[in-house]
Design a protein around this ligand. Structure first.
Ligand code: CTP
Length: 449
């Protein structure tokens, strides 16, 4: 067991091999404790249990494994109940799928599922599930590299189960579906295939890619709920090499299918994603140091993905996929200010401090990062930094209450006057609080005359 099990050698064991000591070595200490708890529970109930799916794939690739997914050949929910009780953890039950989530006292999560078969009644819809053996359970999964398991208990701890050639594909770097109906059963696998391909630098196996293209052509993605699509889109945008996945999905026709025919893939995609990554690092450091609101990198990438698409279409797509209020806000911010921001980006001239302030005021951090990324200019970054650190914290010398005391009623005029006074303060035209108050009184008196 170790705390930093990343960057280890990949391993390609034979099916049936004893991976006990490898498992112990490659799990973080918390995941190791979780696996031991499952072994204990398996022994006390006499029910076979296995660690399966993504964590096994990642363990073999030499990556860090922090959580485990468990399948039991028996009732998963009562197993999870015993596990939670035995370890003084908590359990959340998903009865419809025969799965449960156990959270151990240290916070480690264990997904426990009944080994099951799934029947897809209709493409894209959630499947009907029936209890089954481990092998049947592995067969219903998306790709061979995700269909390997390691036995945890009650005996044969560490026995490697690879019924469907997952290790062969892992070694060859191939993403291969378990059967021809995989993408129509669950069209979100179209995005998953590309995501894994990008993440591991693998290739989608030829036949699998043809099946993927066929599935896209027959518009199966339209059958999937928008919520599930949203999760998959966000997952793509969270991948480190997201730009490759984005291009590949475009080539496969996925974006046009989901977003409509006036969707345009941005030019210079890789370059822009790279600038965005740099801008995200810049902003995160700034946010940490100065206690600013954090930004969501996937949202910046979403804005980039939409950067060559008409704004109306972008807004429609963003709300269709429930990409959140901030996303919509960022999009409409861009729409409103695009011309100004563009002019500024082209000339690098933000004008006075008040102009800069008005341009940046209230923008979501994601929009600012996007602006830096698209401009690709050092001075954009400096001016935004100036806004965030120097201008935004400035308190206005005259506020609404002061104007009310001077006899001005609340209303749009008051708003305009406050903005005018604050702009003069920012630009150094008014230099002291006193001067600001004198100026305010003068304006109010002039108006009432
Ligand atoms: N799975 C599947 N079909 C899907 C989603 C998941 O067959 N549409 C199976 C795969 O065996 C997968 C496992 O369920 O390994 C767990 O799914 P999930 O946690 O979504 O993915 P991971 O493979 O763990 O990938 P990631 O590293 O992105 O979390």
């Amino acid at each position: 067991m170790s705390d930093i099990p990343s960057a280890l050698e990949p391993l390609y064991p034979e099916p049936g091999a004893d991976l006990g000591s490898i498992l112990d070595e490659r799990l973080t200490s918390a995941a190791f404790d979780a696996a031991q708890a499952v072994v204990r529970c398996s022994r006390s109930l006499g029910i076979p249990s296995y660690a399966v799916g993504g964590p096994i794939r990642d363990m073999l690739l030499g990556r860090s494994v922090t959580d485990i997914d468990v399948v039991v050949e028996g009732d998963g929910i009562s197993f999870a109940g015993e596990l939670a009780a035995g370890e003084k953890g908590k359990m959340v039950e998903y009865a419809r799928f025969g799965t449960a989530l156990v959270v151990l006292p240290g916070g480690v999560k264990i997904d426990v599922a009944t080994a099951r078969e799934e029947r897809y009644v209709k493409p894209g819809a959630l499947p009907a599930v029936e209890p089954g053996s481990l092998d049947r359970d592995l067969l219903r999964r998306d790709f061979s590299i995700n269909a390997m398991a390691v036995r945890l208990g009650p005996d044969e701890y560490g026995r490697f189960v690879d019924t469907y050639g997952g290790i062969r594909d892992l070694e060859a770097g191939l993403i291969r579906v378990m059967h021809d109906g995989s993408f129509t059963d669950d069209p979100t696998r179209i995005l998953r295939a590309v995501r894994f391909e990008t993440r591991y630098g693998f290739s989608i196996e030829d036949r699998t890619y043809r099946l993927l293209e066929d599935a896209v052509r027959s518009a199966v993605l339209a059958e999937v709920s928008r919520q599930r699509l949203r999760e998959e889109i966000v997952a793509v945008l969270k991948e480190e090499e997201a730009h490759s996945a984005v291009s590949r999905l475009y080539e496969a026709g996925v974006w046009k299918d989901l977003f409509g025919s006036d969707y345009r893939l941005p030019k210079k995609l890789e370059e822009r994603f790279q600038s965005a990554d740099e801008a995200i690092v810049w902003y995160s450091e700034l946010a940490e140091e100065h206690g600013l609101t954090g930004a969501r990198p996937w949202l910046v990438r979403w804005l980039l993905l939409m950067s060559d698409t008409p704004l109306g279409t972008t807004e429609r797509i963003t709300s269709k996929f429930h990409l959140g209020k901030t996303a919509l806000k960022s999009i409409s911010e861009l729409k409103e200010r695009l011309e100004k921001v563009r002019r500024f980006l082209e000339t690098g001239d933000f004008g006075s401090k008040s102009t800069l302030y008005r341009m940046m005021e209230g923008l979501a951090p994601e929009t600012m990062i996007y602006t830096v990324a698209v401009s690709g200019r050092e001075d954009t970054l400096h001016r935004i930094e100036q806004f965030l650190l120097e201008l935004r914290p400035i308190e206005a010398w005259v506020n609404g209450n002061d104007l009310k005391v001077m006899g001005l009623p609340e209303g749009p005029l008051m708003g305009r006057l406050l903005a005018q006074l604050f702009d003069a303060q920012l630009d150094g035209i008014i230099r002291t609080r006193e001067e600001a108050h004198i100026e305010a009184r003068k304006i109010v008196n002039n108006r009432s005359r």
